[in-house]
Design a protein around this ligand. Structure first.
Ligand code: KDG
Length: 358
């Protein structure tokens, strides 16, 4: 299994080469850590179906194949994970509901649409809260974050681990953007921006004078292609691996939100598993999450550079320009910090400040 997904990626790359576009499909990625640990006992054969939103070349998919490899190897082939990318089984909201009904075993959504299950997750949606990957990882591995994962218990979803979707960047098809005024439009209409189905993201783009439009990820490419929305916001690696650059001319390095992924399993599935299989799945989820963060970090700047090579005009923002965005979205904190919990917000702000002084 380990080498199958590598061959898949190479085939994907070869497809691009056959079309005459000599673009690399992935950066030179770190190999996954060697799979260590004892083989678990024979508690029967299990096949887990996992639905993902992103493409085969994404860190989300590559790390999920590593997750599958760990389970395959440490169960001597008794635990199989079949991974379905590209939102083919549904979007994040639909797949979480499928976990609750038991019609899907696993999924790996952004934390943002999951705030309907655990409202404290919205702390990760607060704009410009976590400025560095180090701060984000410390926040995701904190006791407070573990309490958010535990808060899913009883919802039909067991949340196993946080990993990295990444720093979100603005893209659009209308104009270069380097200020909130460019988003709102002074003598032209405000940009229509697709957001995840999350109230804090709606508030952010309303505060910036845009017309926010919540929409499932799987509908986004065609909505941009048809001009239903002017733009969207996602990490560079998603904009690249989901080919958004084909329908988005402009990018702005806003890094306005750091979004985690959450690896999830259906409680109906979980409850059928022997405790030894449960322990292995939990351990593998954390190992795959750490690997995914590593992959995402290797994709980040490389993806932005690839997007420029493929024709996107990407505006890098100065500290002063970022400060103008931070000032414009301050009302989001005024509204949402009390709802999320001032203590939790303050704890993550402390993590952020410490990371800037280290
Ligand atoms: O499966 C996860 C994807 O759907 C993820 O990219 C979600 O960031 C996301 C978005 O913008 O919907």
């Amino acid at each position: 299994m380990h080498h199958l997904w590598k061959r898949t990626l190479l085939m994907t790359g070869a497809t691009l080469l056959s079309s005459g576009i000599a673009y690399a499909q992935t950066p030179d990625l770190s190999d996954p850590p060697e799979i260590e640990g004892d083989t678990v006992g024979d508690h029967g054969s299990v096949t887990l179906r996992m639905g993902l939103g992103l493409a085969e070349s994404s860190p989300q998919y590559i790390s999920s194949q590593y997750f599958a490899d760990i389970l395959d190897q440490r169960s001597e082939g008794r635990i199989t994970v079949n991974v379905f990318p590209n939102s083919q089984l549904g979007d994040d909201v639909q797949m979480m509901e499928m976990l609750q009904t038991g019609t899907l075993d696993m999924t790996y959504p952004s934390s943002s649409p999951a705030t309907s299950y655990v409202e404290e997750l919205a702390v990760f949606d607060l704009p410009f809260l976590l400025p560095t990957r180090e701060a984000a990882v410390e926040a995701m591995r904190s006791d407070a974050a573990q309490e958010m994962l535990d808060a899913f218990d009883g919802s039909g979803i067991k949340a196993l681990a946080f990993s990295e979707n990444g720093f979100r960047q603005l893209s659009n098809s209308a104009r270069e953007v380097s200020s909130p005024e460019d988003v709102a439009g002074l003598d032209v209409r405000g940009l229509t921006i697709r957001t995840m189905e999350n109230p804090v993201h709606l508030a952010i783009w309303e505060a910036l004078g845009a017309n926010p439009t919540p929409m499932a990820f799987g509908e986004l490419f065609s909505a941009m292609e048809q001009g239903v929305v002017d733009g969207q916001e996602n990490p560079w690696s998603t904009i690249l691996t989901s080919n958004f650059y084909e329908v988005q001319e402009y990018g702005s390095e806003t890094r306005h939100v750091y979004t985690p992924f959450i690896k999830m399993i259906s409680e109906r599935t979980w409850d059928t598993l022997d405790p030894e299989y449960q322990e292995l799945i939990q351990e593998a989820a954390l190992q795959a999450a750490d690997y995914e963060i590593q992959l995402s970090s290797e994709y980040d700047d490389w993806s932005r550079n690839q997007l420029e090579e493929r024709g996107m005009k990407i505006t890098r923002l100065s500290d002063e320009q970022i400060a103008a965005f931070q000032e414009a979205v301050q009302p989001v904190y005024d509204e949402w910090a009390p709802r999320i919990g001032e203590d939790l917000v303050a704890e993550f702000q402390q993590i952020a400040e410490s990371s800037m002084t280290e």
